[in-house]
Design a protein. Structure first.
Length: 180
């Protein structure tokens, strides 16, 4: 009689057939998502992630996919950091408009502010969608943020509400630190 093969615990692993230097999430029964690039764990000098000791790619480095993809989850810190970056970028763009383009009114949006706004619209939406995912809600609820006053209340809610403490249909629990 043969003993049933024990499945590895949920974690990030290098899947057979995936390119070297990539991992994907194993939820305990099946692979979730496609392969994503990940650094070689410190001290191993190899790209074999079969031990499950690799850190989740969502915790390492800066990836444009993390800014622009609405799939997955982000924690409160990452959500707040994204909005902080947006506010800081808007202030810098306003200063550039005054000094480079001669904007004279506070409410006068110059070229730098327009570029900043256009460049941050989608990353802000994607981050809000991922924050809704973290609290176990549909990303479509982001449309409620377009309603005056309601949008501000939802923004505050997303800043203070704790996320699901377990994996959900949108992915694994995000890292407890800011992860772009």
């Amino acid at each position: 009689m043969t003993e049933p093969q024990q499945q590895p615990p949920p974690s990030w692993y290098h899947a057979e057939g995936d390119p070297d230097g990539t991992t994907r999430y194993w939820n305990g029964t099946e692979w979730v998502g496609g392969p994503v690039s990940a650094p070689i764990p410190a001290g191993t000098g190899r790209s074999d992630y079969s031990t499950g000791t690799a850190s989740p790619p969502a915790e390492t480095g800066i990836s444009l996919d993390r800014f622009f993809s609405p799939s997955g989850r982000v924690n409160r810190r990452t959500y707040a950091a994204m909005w902080g970056i947006g506010i800081a970028a808007g202030i810098v763009a306003g200063i550039l408009d005054v000094f480079l383009f001669g904007a004279t009114e506070v409410n006068e949006a110059g070229p730098a502010q327009l570029i900043c706004i256009l460049g941050l619209i989608w990353p802000s939406i994607a981050t809000s969608v991922k924050r809704f995912h973290d609290v176990g809600q549909s990303g479509w609820l982001v449309l409620l943020q377009l309603i005056p006053i309601v949008g501000f209340i939802i923004f505050i809610y997303l800043l203070v509400a704790g996320g699901n403490k377990h994996d959900n249909q949108h992915g694994p629990v995000p890292a407890p630190r800011v992860a772009f």
